[in-house]
Each structure stands twice: as C-alpha cells, then as structure tokens.
Design a protein around this ligand. Structure first.
Ligand code: NAD
Length: 440
C-alpha cells in the first residue's frame, strides 16, 4: 500500500527556488540561475546569435519520474526522480545520477549545463545531462537502494541508451549502483548493454584508470600550468583541502608525476601541516586507522580555512564548493589554484584572484579527467575491446593537455580569467554544433 503521509519531495524542493540549505539557514543562490548567468557572459563576448543563446540557456529535455519502491518493512515508499538532458548537439548526453535528500530539479539542471560545458572543453563527442533522486541513502538498506536504482531505470531507461544518454555515479551513488542499473537496463533491452552506464566495476565493463582519473587529469593541467608560468614544480609545495577520492590521489600523483611536496592536507575534521612534507602512504595509513588526517604524528594542526591561505605553489581545493570567496581571496598566496572540487571559488573571488595573478585552473577543466575516462569506458564497451592502463593514461594526457592549452590561449586572446576562457572554449564548440545542425 502506498504510504500517503510521506512527502515525495516538497514543491520547494522540486521547483526553481533560491535555496536555504538545510540546517544552517543561509540562503544560497539558485544554481541554475548561476549557470545561466555564466553562459550569458560568454554569449556576450562571443557575440552569439540570440536564438543560439536562448537555446543554450535551457535544457532540451527533462523527465520527472515518480518511483514506488517496496521498503524492508513491507510498505511502499514513493520517491521523486529526474533526468535532465541539457544539450546533445555534440553527441549523446552524459552525466551522473545523484541520490540526495536535498536534490532539486534546478540543481540537476545546473549540473547538466555544467556537464555540457565540461564535455565540450575536453572536446569529447558528448553532450551534458544529469539525474537525481530525492532520497536519503544513509537511512536506506542495501536492498532498498537496489530496488530504488532499478525503479529509476525502469522509468528513465526509455530515454537512456549508448546513442542517447549515458549516466554515471555521482554524490551517494557508486559502482555497485551502476552495476544494478546496467543490469536492469540490459533486461529491459533483452541483451547486455553495459555501455549505457559508466563508472561500473571492472568485471562488468569498467575502464582501467577510472579511480584516479579526476586527480590525474588535474595533475596534467598543473604540469602544463607550470610550463606556461615558467615554474619548476619539482620540489615545489602543495596543499590539499579534502582527503577523499580526488584529494588523496592528488597527493600521490602530485609526488609521483611532478615531484610536488605536499605540506598540508585536510578533511572535515581539520588539517595537518609539516613544511618538510607529508608522506602519502603514512598519512593514508593514519587516516585509515583513525578516520581522519588530524593527529598525524610530526605534523601540526591547521584549520581548513588557514590551509587555503598557506604560501604554497599549488593549492588543490578538493572538498566543498564556495570555500574561496571575496573575503579570503585577497589572502590566497598560492601561485596555481587547481580546482579539483566543483565550484570552490565564487565569481567575486575569481576577479580578485585574477587581479592578484593567481593562476586558476577552473573546475570543469581541472576535474574533467573523470568524465574523459568515462567516455573511454563507453568507447571500450562499444568495441568490446579493452585498453591497458598505459593506453588510458596516454590518451587522457593528450585530451587534458589539449584542453588546458585551448583554455590558456582563449584567456590570452580575450584577456579574461581562465574560468571565463573555459566557458568561451566550451560554449563556442557547442554553439558551432548547433549552428552546423541548423537548429538556430
Ligand atoms: P569524497 O567524498 O571522496 O571526499 C571528500 C573529502 O572532503 C573527504 O575527505 C571529506 O572529509 C572532505 N570534507 C568534507 N567536508 C569538509 C570540510 N568542511 N572541509 C574540508 N574537507 C571536507 O569526494 P571526492 O570524490 O573526492 O570529491 C571531492 C570534490 O571533487 C567534489 O567537489 C566533487 O564534486 C569533485 N569531483 C570529484 C570527481 C571524482 O571523480 N571523484 C570528479 C569531478 C569532481
């Protein structure tokens, strides 16, 4: 029986809104309006035709679904889900699926727009999409999550496909969830179609090199930034905010590929600092044993805020959004800001950093290694022929290096900061496809 009292997503959650984040009472701007404003700025500089500009301001398609799921207590709970296919002018759309209690349609729209620009900036032949379900996975059993994942595919599967739209993991979804989704989709088709979803386990058609792809792509960009700035990065200092997937691999690969000396790292409990350098393996072991980097022997405690202001050569925000703002931007001393996190820098801070001469590698370029290897996964699934790790690394390097230099050149040409330059590269590529296809 359907539980009627349970809200399945309040109107405020589903509709466009300025968001007041749960708990802290702070009103945050609507992410989709931010995404549209960023596009507007690029459209003005590129002198885009009004019709193309109008088309790129809105998603091409979106599907809202209602998902009945039988819970472990035998009752049926109804969830609300979305899939937004923002723009497919350059190819099938691509983007993750988030399971989150504060998911909103406008967050999904904004993320789908950003996926469109991210795929275009690294020049992979894909458009942008995003999906989401309003739910709290932390309170759900494995069986409930599996049934929710399958229910989502039964509804949204009709607009998915290797030639149409290919999801991937995102916040609170993982390779196991992708495997259930690929399985459900394959049953609907009547044959195995693993390429419909990326971020799968290796045994089900995942790609080598997906685990560290985001950090690796960012490290390749830092290497190129060192070259254009004339900086010797071997032995240069680095600080990393966030010690999860992106942050830990940045520590390891920064050392292994560039010779960076990471002097500070942090997680949600705080940070650690040692100017002689932090040993990657030892910090990982400490985090595994204690649940945090804090308390690492031989290092002093440092707050997350102070870490951002250290006089290091490379700063990697790899945790949260909006951590570099107009308030602390004047105190940022890093020479290169490599944004592995999504949205760590506010637009006001961007202008301050640009004037100060901090070289920003913007998020949708710096962390595009993940989606690039996801694209490689699609290609390998389509051919049913799998590459070795070296091939993945070599091809990722080529893509990231070319993208970095396209953005750098655009910034020089228009005398704008790198984030706007990345928009100019990406929007220009999508607009060209729209124009060639005769859509506007
Ligand atoms: P994760 O969950 O593996 O790690 C997040 C880390 O941030 C954890 O160490 C956590 O302790 C830390 N953290 C949480 N709150 C914090 C706080 N207040 N201060 C400092 N640290 C805090 O996540 P991830 O996959 O590494 O993603 C990190 C960022 O990179 C996100 O913005 C994500 O969107 C972005 N990103 C990740 C990928 C990827 O492939 N993993 C791809 C693109 C972008």
């Amino acid at each position: 029986m359907v539980e009627k009292k349970e809200p399945i997503g309040t109107q405020e959650q589903i509709e466009r809104r300025p968001t007041a984040a749960a708990g802290d009472g702070r009103v945050r701007p609507n992410p989709f309006e931010i995404a549209q404003k960023q596009l507007d700025l690029a459209a003005e500089i590129l002198e885009l035709e009004p019709a193309i500009h109008a088309l790129l301001r809105e998603p091409l398609r979106e599907l809202h679904v209602t998902l009945p799921v039988r819970m472990d207590d035998g009752k049926v709970k109804v969830f609300k889900g979305f899939r937004v296919q923002y723009n497919d002018a350059r190819g099938p759309t691509k983007g993750g699926i988030r399971f989150h209690p504060e998911e909103t349609i406008d967050t999904v729209r904004a993320l789908a727009a950003w996926m469109t620009w991210k795929c275009a900036v690294v020049d992979i032949p894909l458009g942008g999409a995003k999906g989401g379900v309003i739910c709290n996975p932390k309170t759900m059993s494995k069986g409930e999550l599996e049934r929710l994942s399958r229910a989502y595919i039964r509804q949204v599967g009709r607009i998915l496909g290797i030639e149409k739209d290919v999801p991937a993991p995102d916040v609170y979804t993982d390779p196991q969830i992708m495997a259930w989704m690929a399985d459900e989709f394959s049953f609907l088709q009547g044959y195995n179609e693993f390429g419909v979803i990326t971020g799968k386990p290796l045994a089900l058609g995942g790609s080598q090199g997906r685990n560290d792809a985001t950090a690796r792509g960012g490290i390749y960009c830092v290497r190129e930034a060192g070259k254009v700035l004339g900086l010797n990065l071997n032995g240069a200092t680095a600080a990393i905010q966030g010690y999860g997937n992106a942050g830990t691999y940045a520590h390891q690969l920064g050392r292994d590929l560039l010779g960076l000396k990471t002097v500070a790292v942090s997680d949600s409990k705080g940070g650690i600092l040692n100017w002689d350098g932090l040993n990657y393996e030892a910090v990982m072991e400490h985090k595994k044993a204690t649940g945090s980097v804090v308390g690492f022997p031989g290092a002093q405690f440092i707050t997350n805020e102070a870490l951002l202001e250290l006089p290091v050569t490379v700063l990697f925000p790899a945790a949260l959004e909006n951590v570099i703002t107009a308030e602390n931007a004047p105190r940022i001393q890093a020479k290169i800001l490599a944004e592995l996190a999504n949205g760590p820098t506010t637009p006001e801070a961007d202008d301050i950093l640009y004037k100060k001469g901090v070289y920003v590698i913007p998020d949708f370029l710096c962390n595009a290694g993940g989606v690039t290897v996801s694209y490689f996964e699609m290609v390998q699934n389509a051919y049913d022929y799998y590459w070795d790790l070296e091939t993945v690394h070599e091809r990722l390097d080529k893509k990231m290096t070319a993208a970095f230099h396209a953005v750098h050149a655009m910034a020089q040409k228009y005398k704008v900061h790198n984030r706007l330059a990345a928009y100019l590269v990406a929007v220009n590529r999508v607009a060209e496809a729209v124009r060639l296809r005769g859509w506007a």
